[in-house]
Write a protein that binds this ligand. Structure first.
Ligand SMILES: Cc1cc2nc3c(=O)[nH]c(=O)nc-3n(C[C@H](O)[C@H](O)[C@H](O)COP(=O)(O)OP(=O)(O)OC[C@H]3O[C@@H](n4cnc5c(N)ncnc54)[C@H](O)[C@@H]3O)c2cc1C
Length: 466
């Protein structure tokens, strides 16, 4: 069989690229080594984690309904039912991708893909049978996997990555999360709400590196109020799993402090993700990698080998599903002779804890480092009527604008619904809008989003309600 395009990997990058390419008239096949389509995101990432985040948030909320005049008894956890909800959510999403393949006449092939040369992909099926497919273009969309922690052996039962942390069969008494990035904090929050005592150990002296420092500082206090403990500037040197309880050796990153051993029932290693290119035959095909073993591409997602392209987690940039998706669309357009493009300056990032953090564009630290003269507009949810009615007054909106032109350069929100509210700032930035543009835009009352408008007003001139 000969194709216009073979995509290796069916995650958000791969399947979206395939669908868009098929919509544009190309003959497409997708090769996926997992039994179901949808990649990390749908099977063991974004989607199952959000199912558990939502369910555990509702579980936790029950204890706080009294203040709204709703009397209920203590919530009772049915963990198997919660996990079944997660599994059903995954199934409906991965089935959705299979449906999209059928609808767009894309050949979905379950098997492991290996690039033999430009235009040739070998597929090895589960029974060992192989087949060679011919194609005009190949897209590498093989994503990423969890980065290992030297000296720590993962068993996915007691010493787990995010994959095991989505499957725990009981609530651990003590959970140690190694790494205060998005995945560690999200999954730590899930198990904290369900009753675990959670300690986050982080090498750096701050959580969520890369996010706006002021937002993160307040957010850490909120998590501490929820009972999550932090050990910052601390490294895990080993995990001894020989006894009934795990013995986690930690020591300060700075010299001079003393080492300690912490007890845990479960350790979640969430120190980051690394590009996944194993077994793809890249070296033999001559495809170059960068210093972090990511596939090197040019501005049109082409590798150094003509006809071989790459998108998503396996190339440089934030490891986010929507970044992979948009690269998939852009590349499909380029392959169909159109002008595909991704605006990397306006890619939102969301931490789906409670409350959420959402951000887009530059942080204050980045603007300072770049020597850009900026204005800050801030508005707290405590001054927002809807937030008060919902007892969701924690957090604030922060908008950063260019002091000379008023153009919005960054937006940061910590608070309930931040992940939905951020998009008006994303659209504004996509169209190079100003704080005045946003401040003059009518927002429905009463909504949490009015705080975004007020923050824009604060950056431009003055807010009304403060
Ligand atoms: C717990 C967790 C939560 C996350 N939550 C979010 C979130 O809320 N929002 C967000 O934006 N991002 C989130 N992410 C990140 C997101 O999952 C990734 O950014 C996204 O999946 C990357 O998409 P991709 O298409 O590049 O690769 P992937 O989704 O990793 O898909 C790659 C696919 O390629 C397949 N593959 C690999 N090698 C081969 C081969 N040789 N042959 C055939 N198939 C192959 C793999 O089996 C896999 O299915 C989360 C990640 C994790 C782990």
């Amino acid at each position: 069989m000969s194709y216009d395009l073979i995509v290796i990997g069916s995650g958000p990058g791969g399947y979206v690229c395939a669908v868009k390419a098929a919509q544009l008239g190309l003959k497409v096949a997708v090769v996926e080594k997992r039994a179901t389509y949808g990649g990390t995101c749908l099977n063991i990432g974004c989607i199952p984690s959000k199912a558990l985040l939502h369910a555990s948030e509702r579980f936790d909320e029950v204890g706080h309904l009294g203040a709204l005049g709703v009397k209920v008894g203590p919530a009772e956890l049915d963990l198997p039912a919660m996990l079944a909800h997660k599994d059903a959510t995954v199934k409906s999403n991965v089935d959705g991708v299979a449906y999209l393949f059928k609808k767009n006449k894309i050949d979905g092939i379950i098997g492991t893909g290996r690039i033999l040369a430009t235009g040739k992909v070998e597929v090895t099926k589960a029974d060992g049978a192989t087949e060679v497919l011919e194609t005009k273009a190949i897209v590498i969309a093989t994503g990423s996997d969890s980065a290992p922690l030297p000296g720590v052996t993962i068993d996915e039962t007691r010493v787990v990555t995010s994959t095991g942390a989505l499957e725990l069969s009981s609530v651990p008494k003590k959970l140690i999360v190694v790494g205060a990035g998005v995945i560690g904090l999200e999954l730590g929050s899930v198990w904290r709400r369900l009753g675990a005592e959670v300690t986050v150990v982080e090498f750096l002296d701050r959580i969520l590196p890369g996010m706006d420092g002021e937002v993160v500082k307040q957010f850490q206090r909120m998590l501490q109020k929820q009972g999550i403990a932090f050990r910052l500037g601390t490294k895990v040197t080993s995990v001894d799993a020989s006894g009934e309880s795990l013995k986690v050796s930690v020591e300060p990153v700075k010299e001079g402090g003393s080492a300690e051993v912490l007890d845990a029932d479960v350790v979640l290693v969430a120190i980051g993700r690394r590009p996944y290119t194993e077994g793809l035959g890249l070296a033999e095909a001559g495809v170059a990698l960068d210093e972090r073993r990511r596939v090197k591409v040019d501005a049109h997602y082409q590798t150094n080998v003509p006809g071989i392209y790459a998108i998503g987690d396996v190339i440089a940039g934030p490891m986010l599903a929507h970044k992979a998706e948009d690269e998939g669309v852009a590349l499909a357009e380029i392959l169909a002779g159109q002008a595909g493009h991704v605006n990397y300056g306006a890619i939102p990032a969301v931490v789906y804890t409670n409350p959420e953090i959402a951000s887009v564009g530059a942080t204050e630290e980045e603007l300072k480092a770049a020597g850009i003269d900026y204005k800050i507009g801030k508005f707290p949810f405590s001054a927002n009527g809807r937030a008060r009615a919902m007892l969701q007054t924690e957090g604030f909106v922060k908008i950063l604008s260019d002091a000379k032109t008023d153009r919005v350069l960054g937006g940061h929100i910590v608070g309930t619904g931040a992940g939905e509210m951020i998009h008006e700032i994303v659209v504004l930035m996509e169209f190079a809008g100003s704080a005045e543009d946003l401040g003059r835009t009518t927002h429905a009352h009463p909504t949490m989003s009015e705080s975004v408008k007020e923050a824009a007003l604060a950056a431009w001139t003055k807010p009304i309600h403060m």
